[in-house]
Design a protein around this ligand. Sequence first.
Ligand code: NAP
Length: 430
Amino acid sequence: MRALGVGILGLGNVGAGTVRLLGEHRARIEARLGASLTIRRVLVRDRARERAVDVAPELLTTDIGAVLGDPEIAIVVELMGGVEPARSYILAALRAGKHVVTANKAVLAERGAEIFAEAARVGRAVVFEGSVAGGIPLLRSLREGLASDRITGLCGIVNGTSNYILDAMTRTGAGFADALAGAQAAGYAEADPTLDVGGGDAAHKLALLALVAFGVQVDPATIPTEGISHITAFDIRAAAELGFVIKSLAIGQRDEHGVSLRVHPTLVPRTHVLAGVQGAFNAVLVQSDALGPSLYYGRGAGMMPTAVAVVSDILEVARDLLAGLYSGPGRSGQVLSATSAPVRLRPLADVVCAHYLCFRAPHVPGVLGRVAACLGRHGVSIRRMSQETPSDDGSAAMVMLTEPVADGPLAAALVEAALPVTRLRLLPGD
Ligand SMILES: NC(=O)c1ccc[n+]([C@@H]2O[C@H](COP(=O)([O-])OP(=O)(O)OC[C@H]3O[C@@H](n4cnc5c(N)ncnc54)[C@H](OP(=O)(O)O)[C@@H]3O)[C@@H](O)[C@H]2O)c1
C-alpha cells in the first residue's frame, strides 16, 4: 500500500483534534484512499508541553526545516494561526513541493493573494475548509455542490462568540458586558474578545467566502465591519417587541453592479431561519440562481468539528495526489476561478435597507416632531414608531423602524437630528 507523509504545524486545539481523527479513523481512511497517511513530523514551540493527544516524542520538532526537508512529507497542515510565521512557512512548504491544508483564516484573508499565486505557480494545492464555519462543509459545498450554479448572495452567522453573546442577551435580558463575561467563563470567548465581538474575525471569513462563492479577492480591511459591543439590553427588547432578533451577520451580494460585502448586527425577523440559530452555532444561507436558497448549519469552531474539516481537506488532497492530478503548474485547490486582482467593493452607502433607530432624547414637547421632520426632509419614511417612558434622568427612548433607505440620506438626517442614536440595519428585503 502506498504511504503519504503528513507534516503538521501546530499541536494546539485543532492540531490535536486532527492527530486524533487521523489515528481513530486510520483503517477507514486507508480503505477509502487505498493508501495510508502517516504523520511524520509535528512542529510546536515547546516540545515539553503537555498535549491533548498522544504523539510519539520523536515526531515533535521545533525546527520547520525538519518538516520542509523531509521528502516523504507530501502534505503540510498549517494549524498554528496568525499571519507570521504561518505565511512564510506556507510559502516555503509550497516551494518545497508540498501541498498545504490550513484552517488559518487570518493568513489567507490577509495574504491569500500571495499564497494562491505561489500555489498556482508551483502547481500545488492550498485548501482551507476549516477556516470558515469550522466543521460545516460549507466551502466544499460552494465549490463542488454549487459548481454548476451561480451564487448571487450569502448571509450568515460565522462568528460563534458573537452569536453566543447576542443569544444570551436575548434569552436572559443581560447586558453586553455580563453576556460577554458569561461567554468567557463558558470558554466561548477569548480573554481579548476584540476580533470576535468587533467583527474582524467575521470579515476575514467573509473575504474567504467571497473568494470561493464569487471568485473575487478582497482585502478584509476594506469590508465595512461593525461589532456588537454597542448593542444594549434595551435594543434587544425593543427589537423583540417589533418581531425581530438581533444577529451579527456577514452578508455578501453579487449583482450586475458588482460585489458588496459587510459585517454588522442585523435585525432578523423572528420567523427567519437564521433567527433560530442559538449559542455558538454557525449557519450560512446561500442564494444561487438554479438551486435557490440553501442552508449550511452546524458547529463553526472547536477542536473536533474543525478537525473534521481539516482531515477532509487532507483526504481531498491525498486523493487528487494519488490520482496524479498535480503533475504540473496551474492547479491551486479551491480558488481556481479567483480573479487575480483585488476588487473594489460597492460602497456601503449604496446598500438600501430598512433601519432600526433608537434615539435618546430629553422628554420635552416637540422633540419627536423635530426628529420626524429631519427624517422627512431627507426622504426617510417611518414604518413604525414607539416611545418609552422617561428614565430617571428625564430622557426617553424613541424607537423607529424606517422603510428601506440608502445610507447617504439616512446619515444626513441623523446628523441633522443631532441626538444620540443607535442605528441597526434590517435584513435586506425586510
Ligand atoms: N480553535 C478553533 O475552534 C478553530 C476553529 C476554526 C479555525 N481555527 C484556526 O485553526 C488554527 C489553529 O487554532 P488552534 O485553536 O488550534 O490554536 P492553538 O490552540 O493556539 O494552537 C496553536 C499551535 O501552534 C503552535 N505554534 C504557534 N506558533 C508557532 C510557531 N511560531 N512555531 C511553532 N509552533 C507554533 C503552538 O505550539 P505550542 O503548543 O508549543 O505553543 C500550538 O501547538 C488557527 O488558525 C485558528 O484560527 C481554529
